[in-house]
Design a protein around this ligand. Structure first.
Ligand SMILES: [Zn+2]
Ligand SMILES: [Zn+2]
Length: 274
């Protein structure tokens, strides 16, 4: 495995992603989405596509899946090593010689390691917002490419992991949003690496979105928020927990704690951005 904290190496594969014409077949996550894709195509005839980030009209041939213009895609800021061995954010070597960033030293997490290909800002922040809050579930497979390419770039040993688990939404939140964005990402990742995406966690209550809260409130907001599903055997399992954004480590840490209480062995957290 390539060490994620190796000296910086160009993340050419990630930046080159923009010029790759994606294989459509890889994105057929569900039949429903295929059907939706057909409808999208019909809509395209009626009203031409605009970029999901900058809203400018785009050429389907020079875009990511006809959804995001190449200019916006190239602007997505990638995380570069060295990474904090806990939260996965870039470690500023001028500020610390430790492999753990000061924030993680103050608040240790229950997961073994978190990793994110990108920084939560700019075009990606807009795309994730559109994906989650504007009901654009069709953006999921394109965004999942960021996770898939990151796993390949850093040789994250997928053979070690038994299953991919999406960060759950509460029932109330799921009713409101109609889909779980993390589940779409989790399914795309699992499919690519021939794993099972398993809804092993349940979210107990409707909590206020973390983004609306202050740091101290965020930590208390997620306490005792999760439970493990009875029908999933987690004993000794190595798990990749997938979410869209690692805002703080509090939510992922609580979810990892629940998985480990149910017997899980290693829990890695993989998010689009941090
Ligand atoms: Zn754009
Ligand atoms: Zn950290």
């Amino acid at each position: 495995m390539r060490q994620a904290d190796d000296s910086p190496k160009t993340n050419k594969r990630l930046t080159n992603l923009a010029s790759i014409a994606f294989d459509k077949k890889r994105f057929d996550c569900y039949h429903m989405r295929m059907f939706k894709g057909l409808l999208e195509g019909l809509l395209e005839l009626i009203s031409p596509r605009t970029c999901a980030s900058c809203k400018k009209r785009i050429d389907a041939q020079a875009s990511i899946e006809g959804l995001v213009c190449l200019e916006c895609w190239d602007k997505i800021k990638r995380n570069t090593p060295p990474f904090c061995h806990c939260c996965g954010r870039h470690l500023d070597r001028k500020k610390t010689t430790s492999n753990i960033c000061p924030a993680c030293q103050r608040a240790p997490s229950y997961f073994d390691r978190a990793l994110s290909p990108c920084v939560y800002e700019g075009a990606l922040k807009t795309l994730i917002h559109e994906f989650k809050y504007k009901n654009k579930d069709y953006l999921g497979p394109a965004l999942a490419r960021l996770l898939i390419d990151f796993v390949k770039e850093y040789d994250i040993p997928m053979d070690v992991f038994d299953m991919v688990v999406p960060m759950p939404l509460s029932a109330a939140r799921l009713r409101e949003r109609e889909f779980n964005q993390s589940e779409i990402l989790s399914e795309c990742l699992a499919k690519e690496f021939h794993k099972t995406s398993c809804q092993a966690l349940r979210r107990m209550r409707y909590s206020r979105p973390q983004a609306e809260l202050k740091m101290e409130e965020r930590i208390s907001n997620v306490k005792a928020d999760f439970s493990a599903q009875d029908n999933t055997d987690l004993k000794g399992k190595n798990i990749i927990l997938v979410d869209d954004v690692l805002t703080t480590t509090a939510t992922s840490s609580e979810a990892a704690k629940t998985l480990k209480s149910a017997g899980a062995n290693i829990v890695f957290v993989l998010t689009l951005a941090n």
